[in-house]
Design a protein around this ligand. Structure first.
Ligand SMILES: NC(=O)C1=CN([C@@H]2O[C@H](COP(=O)(O)OP(=O)(O)OC[C@H]3O[C@@H](n4cnc5c(N)ncnc54)[C@H](OP(=O)(O)O)[C@@H]3O)[C@@H](O)[C@H]2O)C=CC1
Ligand SMILES: CCCCCCCCCCCCCCCC(=O)[C@@H](N)CO
Length: 330
């Protein structure tokens, strides 16, 4: 009996000690980032996830600016937000690949409290059939474009007027946590954002600037509709492991993640598992999440291997059927 209660005591004491230890060591420390009455600047804010984010930020009382290339889409976005919320957003037409254009737009927009780097292009295809121009497009818009935005915005974020904590959020993808068939260039561009974000967080923490990386699954947007026209069948099969979300749902998760200063922001339950499986050396502010990451590490690796087993099974089956060129429309 005495032995049993000692065992019970240990079983309780061990996790509590771990929790206490994690409470003492998690860095950066937890933070709340308000968005009401603050300037939220969203790239790719004229369509899909960016537009949904602009709607929600406006609804929550932020001053919103959106940037994209097409003036027509920007105008339509502005109208729809005005209709829904009565709020007038500022629009900036610029290509993120053009640093001078981006800098001019941001300088005109003024001090920024929350920067959401959301623009992105995705052209799926096996590397062997994909053109190098398409590869370059994804690297230039998704990665170099993000550098341009952050480099031009940093001085303006530091100049923010009310001095509260600021945020730089980057829209990655679950394909930026695990490489997916048909996404060599796209996955590379989204994995790249993680290196950028981890290093940047260390550089800007002293300025009370907090970095968030958002990882949506397939999301119903005009961009996905385009992508679906030429998606390899295997890409769709593997991506279906994580289902699909609506742009509004992703925007809500993203905004909640930004406001709570989370470094990693998953959007659905598969994304939650993925974030534990790929926790790596990313910062973690939440004691509870840190606890789950430490305790579940071994088991989650097993689950990850089960997913790979399943995906390689699909790839094998596909090849056994003799489909070497496998676009959805063939
Ligand atoms: N939809 C999905 O399934 C998923 C999307 N994501 C990511 O979410 C982000 C948004 O995706 P989604 O909403 O689907 O995309 P959409 O294609 O619906 O919208 C993309 C937005 O980015 C803008 N944009 C594209 N290229 C440039 C450029 N060179 N310079 C400035 N703005 C540009 C577009 O406007 P314009 O063309 O006028 O410039 C538009 O506003 C992307 O980073 C994407 O990778 C992540 C996971 C899943
Ligand atoms: C350890 C447990 C793992 C759990 C589940 C793993 C599921 C992974 C699925 C990845 C889906 C990637 C979709 C990318 C969508 C996207 O970015 C494109 N639509 C282009 O925008």
């Amino acid at each position: 009996m005495a032995d049993l209660s000692f065992l019970g005591f240990l079983v309780l004491l061990l996790p509590l000690t771990l929790l206490l230890l994690l409470y003492l060591i998690v860095r950066p420390k937890p933070v709340r980032i308000p968005i009401k009455d603050r300037h939220v600047f969203i790239t790719g804010g004229s369509s899909g996830i960016g537009l949904a984010l602009a709607h929600q930020a406006a609804k929550e009382g932020a001053r919103v600016s959106i940037l994209a290339r097409s003036g027509k889409k920007l105008e339509e976005a502005k109208q729809s937000i005005q209709l829904a919320t009565g709020i007038e957003v500022a629009t900036y037409s610029a290509d993120v690949r053009d640093f001078d254009a981006v800098k001019t737009a941001l300088d005109e927009a003024g001090p920024v409290d929350v920067l959401v780097v959301n623009q992105g292009v995705f052209v799926p295809g096996e590397l062997e059939v994909q053109s190098l121009d398409e590869v370059r497009l994804m690297i230039d818009v998704n990665i170099t474009g993000s550098f341009h935005m952050i480099k031009a915005a940093l001085p303006l974020i530091k100049k923010r007027q009310n001095g509260g904590p600021a945020s730089i959020a980057l829209m990655s993808s679950q394909a930026g946590q695990v490489g997916i068939y048909g996404y060599t260039a796209y996955s590379a561009s989204k994995f790249g954002l993680r290196g950028l974000a981890e290093a940047l967080q260390q550089e800007v923490i002293a300025d009370d600037i907090h970095v968030s990386l958002i990882f949506p699954p397939d999301t119903e947007t005009p961009g996905l509709e385009e992508e679906n026209k030429r998606r390899p069948r295997l890409t769709s099969i593997i991506a279906a492991s994580s289902g699909a979300m609506k742009a509004d749902e992703v925007a809500k998760k993203a905004l909640d993640g930004i406001k709570s200063g989370s470094f990693i922001v998953p959007c659905n339950s598969e994304g939650f598992l993925l974030s534990i499986a790929t926790a790596g050396l990313s910062p973690q502010r939440s004691v509870l999440m840190a606890f789950v990451e430490v305790v579940a590490a071994g088991l989650i690796r097993f689950v990850a291997l089960c997913f790979q087993w399943n995906w390689y099974g699909s790839i094998e089956k596909w090849h056994a059927r003799g489909k070497s060129v496998n676009h959805a429309d063939l």
